[in-house]
Design a protein around this ligand. Sequence first.
Ligand SMILES: [Zn+2]
Length: 221
Amino acid sequence: MKYKCNFCDPTVTKKMKEEGIKPTKSIDTEKDEFVKDDKGKYYHLNCFKNHLAKRKKLDESEIEKLLFERLEITKLENQENEEKDNFLQWIMDYYDGSLPAYFLKKLQSVRDGSHQGLNEPIDYSTLLDIYNHMEKYLRKVAAQKNIRNVTQQMNYDLAVVVGNYGDYKRYKAKQKLEQDKTEVAKKAVNEQSKIKTALDKKKNNDGDSFSLHDVLDDILL
Ligand SMILES: [Zn+2]
């Protein structure tokens, strides 16, 4: 993506536009560090500092504080946009490439948690994961129901996906529990072998006499 920097890119007036002058967009989101201010304008990172110092007359510490805030917000927004893009790309690939306004409106309500039957927002990467998990099932149901209209199918599928969110969360929680268990088991085996090595070493060094403290020292080192 390219954005116009509100500090270093020249302002293009209406008159200039009429004369065919195109605005410069020198921020390349792939390469440049940039921030978006609370008015939705974009700046190179350094240009934002200059903007705050020269135009807003802020001092060093105010600039640092504001810069940090805006960087955090910009980062979150970028992540959100990226996840949304990935999700919508999947949707377009799965269906016929169109994104009906009605579907997007519904999607927005799922994202902000206001969708009927939902009591929390679902983020785009989670939605994508659920669609991926349910893809086969959705195809099967669509074939059985013989839905011919793509918009109708998109809305129907979204309802199915949202309806399965609770199950998905339980499935994820169980998966995490299993993972944690495996981690704990691995750790226990690791500790045991450490203790055994330390004990063997002690035996070799001291013959029969060894103190537990020495062994623990070895393990903890
Ligand atoms: Zn700039």
